[in-house]
Design a protein around this ligand. Structure first.
Ligand SMILES: NC(=O)c1ccc[n+]([C@@H]2O[C@H](COP(=O)([O-])OP(=O)(O)OC[C@H]3O[C@@H](n4cnc5c(N)ncnc54)[C@H](O)[C@@H]3O)[C@@H](O)[C@H]2O)c1
Length: 345
């Protein structure tokens, strides 16, 4: 039975707690939040030890794996403390807020004997897994092109997660906060690295963050990619996230939030071919679904990796690279030029 401690019990921390509570082979033994009232309530629910200081949770000998689910401005210092204590670690995205922090975490993670995963649940959504399985089988041939669209309501996002999310000094702004998911999807689905980027952005009347942007990228295998995002959907609209991949032999169109997957290959055109999705509803397959969505599947995967001593699908290096791409995107907005992406300083 793997014993877990969760630091940060806001929207995402409670979601992880809920999923972990239903996964065999693990138990939540400790919880931590600065907000003592929220902490007490959740600690009672899970019959876990309650801490207001993260260092006390990390030092708790009953805790084998630490979930870091605080706002990102604390990820670096908490991740360093977890690695100093030699425990398994899930760290939320984005991994850190600047290059110095990433460099240090990268060095600490090299040869680290315990398991680390960064929470990019996109990789575990059922539609993505089905598309990746097809790509690995060669159904698309060599990938030449990828497009990622991500639209949501900033107002709804800020109401759920807190306005800090879009404050550049605290959350990193829309590009670091949210587009890391897209850049990880580009790297994961194409199997190519992002080499250079060029972006344009829309900034709402002097606010300290971009509310929409388009970015084009050159990839290491010769493909090109485009990531475009907007936070301007109306408050009652569903989040909208779509991917297109085109290769020398076929194409994939994927709409995660509508559970739509279309594959064109030498086999013909297949809509929702259903390798994994047959019999599942929209709610079953969504990214944040309580039933079988990406976050729950990622949690299950991480627990299995710890139990069976297997390598998690998403490394600290993956979390670092997604951040480093976003910094080059911001640099390109400033220079108005194509910027090379640097991995490590
Ligand atoms: N992977 C995903 O798909 C995904 C989705 C949403 C959020 N996130 C990430 O999860 C993290 C948390 O987001 P959220 O929406 O739950 O935020 P939130 O504001 O709802 O919750 C954050 C919680 O952390 C607590 N906290 C703050 N500083 C702390 C500290 N030093 N020690 C202990 N507790 C502290 C706060 O009191 C709060 O309860 C962020 O990094 C966010 O980017 C990831």
């Amino acid at each position: 039975m793997i014993k877990i401690g969760i630091i940060g019990l806001g929207w995402m921390g409670c979601l992880h707690a809920q999923y972990l509570g239903s996964i065999d082979g693990c138990r939540i033994t400790a919880l931590c939040d600065k907000n003592a009232a929220a902490l007490q309530k959740t600690a009672e629910e899970y019959q876990a030890a309650a801490y207001t200081e993260y260092r006390d949770l990390i030092a708790d000998p009953s805790v084998e794996a630490v979930y870091i689910v605080t706002p990102q401005k604390y990820h670096y210092e908490i991740a360093k403390a977890v690695m100093a204590a030699g425990k398994h670690m899930l760290c939320e995205k984005p991994l850190a807020l600047n290059q110095k922090e990433i460099d240090e975490l990268r060095v600490l993670s090299r040869g680290y004997s315990k398991k680390i995963i960064i929470d990019f649940p996109q990789r575990f959504s059922i539609a993505t897994q089905e598309a990746v399985a097809e790509i690995k089988k060669g159904a698309l041939g060599d990938i030449q092109f990828m497009r990622c669209n991500f639209r949501f309501s900033m107002k709804k996002h800020a109401a759920i997660h807190g306005a800090w999310v879009f404050d550049k000094t605290q959350g990193g702004g829309l590009i670091l906060e949210s587009s890391v998911h897209m850049w990880d999807a580009v790297r994961y689905m194409t199997g190519q690295e992002v080499e250079s980027v060029m972006a344009v952005a829309h900034n709402n009347g002097g606010a300290n963050f971009e509310d929409s942007f388009f970015c084009i990228a050159n990839l290491s295998g010769g493909a090109i990619a485009c990531v475009d995002m907007s936070g301007w959907l109306p408050e009652n609209a569903d989040t909208d996230k779509r991917f297109e991949l085109i290769g020398t032999a076929g194409a994939v169109y994927l709409d995660e939030h509508k559970n739509y997957l279309s594959i064109q290959s030498e086999r013909g055109v297949e809509n929702n071919p259903g390798m994994f999705t047959t019999g599942m509803t929209h709610k079953d397959v969504m990214w944040h679904s309580v039933i079988a969505g990406g976050v729950k599947r990622l949690d299950e995967h991480f627990i299995r990796c710890i139990a069976k001593d297997e390598e998690p699908l998403i490394s600290l290096e993956d979390g670092a690279r997604a951040c480093e791409i976003t910094w080059s995107v911001v640099k390109s907005l400033e220079s108005k030029k194509l910027e090379k992406v640097h991995y490590g300083s």
